[in-house]
Design a protein around this ligand. Structure first.
Ligand SMILES: Cc1cc2nc3c(=O)[nH]c(=O)nc-3n(C[C@H](O)[C@H](O)[C@H](O)COP(=O)(O)OP(=O)(O)OC[C@H]3O[C@@H](n4cnc5c(N)ncnc54)[C@H](O)[C@@H]3O)c2cc1C
Length: 478
């Protein structure tokens, strides 16, 4: 019989935003919860992701806004010292005591250590050479997140490049920076570090354009802004090898076409790898199912791991690979904790509120570059590939008087993807300064499938940039 102190209704492995939210919601639902964390409670988001990256980016954005307003001037370039100090405050100086206190205040029981499945409903926690085994009455939730993925380019790992962790925790900004990867993390960190003193910044991507998962104009407008502000962008770059003969010295990346870039530091932002490899999935997957598949843990709509029988194992956040975004991990956590509570009470787990629908609709996302890139739902290409009867309309944001008033030389674009059969929006992408303010309205329109005729009745205020709604609907034919 397990020690009663080691038995909980729900055991959560990983105290990032997804794990913390799941534990809080489970407790709110009247269940007891344990949370296991091997590094710092708060996860990637708090120390090396959303929070520090945005703390580094806002000053750049503010400065860019000011530069577009005649008569308002900055006294000089951004001073990195107060910016980095402010970043340090927001990440609690890398001390997770406040996060642990918050978890204990739910109240949940916090364990520091490496969590590993040790058979059905059992989790071993190992720390400092000791281990103990916890038992879950109702569920174990994997919320182990993801790690940066570094490709196997010869010499790259030996060159000890930065990942998002060193970049967001920067204390000395390198003068020359080369960024491998043109996705959201590469673009955001390139622009933040350039503004903070990386005078010679180059973004290298193997794709045709930056931000390849977004509407094509998004990457094009960001690349244009990068070039105008002095950030070098090279597309179609296939890295062949990397050299750093002296540790801490200059690093050179060579392309397959013979070109090369030298820098003081190199940031690799080429994607993420789900933390699913060393969490003991083999101890709970039937042998008849064959080897445990690599990659993210596959889940159903209530976040139950599909390869594990018994319905007691769930996976939320980055580890299930659905949408690698904090708000989506937290949403999945709420779905999953409510489903577990329903099941614990002997109720059906299949109610519509106990299913993840938002991930399939298309998660809202912001890339906090200048210009900002905001998107929700599906791109035109994805909607077409999904068989939707699509019509897309676009509008130049600079022609909206409310937007033009915000900045001289305002550059931006908006695109709506309409399901012609239902006359509803299935996707919207907005690019421009400060467009983030409009994303939630778009998220509601897409999620609630508001008919276009009804959107027409939601009159946008003059003179604000939100009049793009009116312009889009007129362009559509309303
Ligand atoms: C530079 C950057 C900027 C980003 N900006 C944004 C943004 O602006 N907005 C946004 O929504 N998203 C952003 N993201 C993504 C966001 O950070 C992730 O989607 C989010 O952190 C995922 O949360 P999670 O709880 O699933 O995992 P994580 O935050 O990765 O947390 C998982 C936790 O589990 C722990 N763990 C792992 N294995 C074990 C184990 N075996 N035992 C015990 N503990 C374990 C880890 O130590 C970690 O603390 C950004 C990411 C990066 C890299």
């Amino acid at each position: 019989m397990p020690d009663e102190n080691d038995v909980f209704d729900v055991i959560v492995i990983g105290a990032g935003p997804a794990g913390e939210t799941a534990a809080a919601r489970a407790v709110r639902n009247g269940l007891t919860a344990a949370v296991i964390e091997r590094r710092r409670a708060g996860g990637e988001c708090h120390y090396y992701g959303c929070i520090p990256s945005k703390a580094l980016l806002w000053p750049m954005e503010l400065a860019a806004e000011v530069s577009r307003m005649p008569g308002v001037e900055l006294r000089g370039p951004i001073d990195p010292v107060p910016v980095l100090e402010r970043r340090d405050r927001f990440v609690d100086h890398q001390d997770d005591a406040p996060q642990v206190r918050a978890i204990e205040g739910f109240p949940a029981t916090f364990f520091r250590g490496q969590g590993r499945l040790a058979g059905p409903s059992r989790v071993e926690v190992a720390a400092n050479g000791n281990s103990r085994t916890l038992t879950a009455r109702h569920a174990v939730i994997l919320a182990t997140g993801s790690d940066p993925w570094v490709p196997g380019v010869p010499g790259l790992r030996e060159a000890r490049p930065w990942t998002n962790r060193e970049a967001t925790d920067v204390h000395h900004v390198p003068k020359r920076l080369v960024v491998l990867g043109g996705g959201p993390v590469g673009c955001e960190m390139a622009q933040a570090l350039h503004a903070l003193g990386a005078e010679e910044t180059t973004v290298l991507t193997d794709g045709e354009r930056l931000l390849p998962r977004h509407e094509p104009f998004a990457g094009d407008l960001v690349a244009k802004s990068f070039r105008e502000s002095g950030i070098n962008v090279r597309t179609g770059f296939l890295a062949a090898r990397v050299e750093r003969p002296i540790e801490g010295g200059p690093v050179t990346v060579h392309a397959e076409d013979g070109s090369q870039y030298e820098a003081d530091e190199m940031l690799v932002a080429t994607g993420r790898r789900a933390n699913a490899g060393d969490i003991g999935l083999g101890t709970v997957t039937p042998e008849s199912s064959g080897p445990v598949p690599e990659g993210p843990v596959q889940v159903d709509a209530s976040m139950r791991a599909t390869s594990v029988p018994g319905g007691w194992l769930y996976a939320i956040g980055d580890v299930n690979g659905r949408n690698l975004l904090t708000h989506m991990g937290k949403y999945q956590a709420r779905v999953c904790a409510d489903a577990i509570a329903a099941r614990a009470r002997g109720l059906s787990e299949d109610g519509p509120e106990l299913r993840d629908t938002a991930d399939d609709i298309g998660a809202p996302q912001v890339i906090f570059t200048d210009p900002q890139v905001c998107a929700v739902g599906r791109t035109e290409a994805v909607a077409r590939a999904n068989g939707v009867n699509v019509r897309a309309v676009e509008y130049d944001m600079a022609s909206v008087i409310g937007a033009a008033l915000q900045a001289d030389g305002y550059t931006g674009r908006v695109k709506a993807v309409v399901d012609e059969d239902r006359r509803t929006l299935v996707g919207l992408t907005l690019v421009g300064p400060a467009v983030v303010d409009h994303l939630h309205a778009a998220t509601i329109a897409v999620t609630a499938q508001v008919p276009l005729d009804q959107l027409w009745e939601a009159v946008p205020v003059f003179p604000t940039a939100s009049e793009f709604w009116l312009k889009l609907l007129e362009a559509y034919g309303l």
